[in-house]
Design a protein around this ligand. Structure first.
Ligand SMILES: Nc1nc2c(ncn2[C@@H]2O[C@H](COP(=O)(O)OP(=O)(O)O)[C@@H](O)[C@H]2O)c(=O)[nH]1
Ligand SMILES: [Mg+2]
Length: 484
């Protein structure tokens, strides 16, 4: 079964249907016609029914897993092996790298050179990728999520999916696996946030003092002044209207955070950013050095392949030779062709030119473009980005172009301010937040939405190939405020 992550749906439900018939043990529906209207028992009912939901989903997934013995090629590499592989790749590519002298000024000559180069690149694509993939095969472990124990994390993940109106038979192990990763990834921010909040909330209705503490917590999580003010204003208005008990306070807070994150997404009219089928999609990754552009691109190449799209990578960070090699390793991990020119300081726009040509000739769905995060000067960098952007607009006016700003969550709001320098040059359309794991500044997502007013499209919460998925504000807020 192919699970299309970009659209968040399984493209084939056949195996699920079969499993549906097996009613898992102890999964009888909780009767919905209960005549007991007392609040306490209804909340117990709710808890029981969400546990039943989770058990039922677990049993189905377990049966599914038992059915699917056929495993897919794997793509996980440990970092030591990855370094070794990268060295290997480097040697191989430096032997093969195409070199071009600007011989003669005649236009035809240039065109001919371009043609030869295009052919060489296409050959290279054909011949190198399988080789690399083969090399990496024995280094890899399974990329497939495995069903673990029926534990608290599973129950929580199931509850988050159920709350979004999902049916137990329609959920995938992919989603359960990701929600667990997301929750683990947000642990540091959650620790600072939830512990303080719940301690202050206690059992009493909301007070102005609790709101003052909440303000501190939001600012400390790097949510930014604007988002913090917005959330607190909404809570104050609510408190002026009626007494708000802690459970309702928490629910209302989650709703406010969710609205804030959703606003720029709603503005675009596109809930989920997915490559459009039957059309060329070009996604540009921009951001300062070290924020995770290449890693994000690599993970997305993998996600595209897993989700049933064809992809191609343009190695347009030509500033450092190592950057090109790094991108080739990622391409090899997922069997995605990489268009590159290993010549020192090759023209990134020329690489993009070649990539668009190759994508056209192969009817590729998605071209992922890596870019440099540092040049000799910031001015040069912005010029270069503009040039890349111009060549895309000129060469592929029919393409759907996304320009994604990569933001390192651990750099918080400072990182955001710095990154916004790219807004003009790259005509940003969205943000990817990386490195949510290991930082307590996960609240920066709120600053992205309220201050940069850009939709968050993907989030990364770890270095693994499965640690990056499309952003969903409900799930993000639930993971951030999970009380366990
Ligand atoms: N912990 C963690 N590390 C990440 C994440 N994304 C990227 N990294 C690491 O950040 C470092 C820089 O990433 P890279 O993709 O080379 O950044 P670039 O310079 O923007 O291309 C690498 O060591 C990555 O493994 C993430 O979500 N979590
Ligand atoms: Mg890079």
């Amino acid at each position: 079964m192919v699970y299309d992550w970009f659209n968040r749906q399984a493209s084939d439900d056949v195996s699920t249907e079969k499993v549906l018939e097996e009613k898992p043990e102890g999964s009888e529906e909780v009767s919905s016609d209960s005549s007991n209207n007392q609040e306490e028992s209804s909340s117990i009912n709710q808890e029981e029914s969400s546990l039943e939901w989770a058990r039922s989903a677990y049993a189905r997934l377990k049966a599914q897993q038992a059915q699917q013995k056929t495993s897919q090629p794997s793509v996980e590499i440990d970092s030591a092996s990855e370094t070794a592989l990268a060295a290997n790749v480097q040697a191989e590519f430096s032997a093969q790298s195409s070199s071009f002298e600007a011989g003669g000024s005649l236009l035809e000559q240039a065109a001919l050179q371009r043609q030869v180069r295009q052919e060489e690149l296409e050959e290279k694509v054909e011949e190198v990728s399988p080789q690399l993939a083969q090399q990496s095969q024995f280094l890899e472990t399974s990329p497939e999520p495995r069903l673990g124990e029926f534990d608290e994390t599973f129950a929580w993940s199931a509850e988050v999916l159920a709350a979004q109106g999902r049916k137990p038979e329609k959920i995938s192990l992919e989603e359960i696996d990701w929600l667990g990763r997301l929750r683990r990834g947000l642990e540091k921010t959650r620790q600072g946030f939830v512990k303080g909040l719940l301690e202050n909330l206690g059992d009493d209705p909301l007070t102005p003092e609790v709101l003052d503490d909440l303000e501190t917590l939001l600012l400390r999580a790097d949510a930014g002044v604007e988002a913090t003010d917005q959330v607190l204003d909404a809570l104050r208005r609510r408190m002026n209207e009626e007494v708000v008990d802690p459970a309702e306070g928490l629910r209302f807070l989650k709703q406010q955070l969710c609205n804030l994150l959703e606003a720029p997404i709603q503005d675009t009219g596109t809930d989920l950013l997915a490559p459009e089928r039957g059309r060329l999609n070009i996604w540009l990754f921009v951001g300062v050095n070290g924020v995770g552009k290449t890693t994000t691109l690599g993970k997305l190449a993998n996600l595209a392949v897993r989700s049933g799209y064809t992809a191609l990578i343009a190695a347009a960070d030509t500033f450092r030779a190592a950057a090109v090699e790094q991108v080739k390793v990622w391409g090899a991990r997922s069997g995605v062709p990489v268009i590159a020119n290993s010549t020192a300081n090759a023209d990134p726009a020329a690489v993009v030119f070649d990539a668009i040509g190759a994508a056209r000739s192969k009817s590729t769905d998605l071209v992922l473009v890596d870019t440099a995060g540092r040049l000799q000067t910031k001015h040069n960098l912005m010029e270069e980005l503009q040039k890349v952007r111009r060549i895309i607009d000129r060469l592929a006016p029919e393409a759907r172009v996304e320009s994604l700003l990569i933001l390192d969550a651990s750099q918080g709001q400072n990182g955001l301010r710095q990154a916004m320098a790219f807004a003009q040059a790259a005509a940003l359309t969205g943000v990817v937040i990386t490195k949510l794991d290991g930082t307590s500044r996960g609240g920066v997502a709120l600053a992205v939405a309220s201050e940069a007013r850009l939709p968050i499209r993907f989030i990364g919460a770890g270095e693994g190939i499965r640690d990056l998925r499309p952003f969903n504000s409900f799930e993000f807020v639930e993971a951030l405020l999970a009380n366990y």
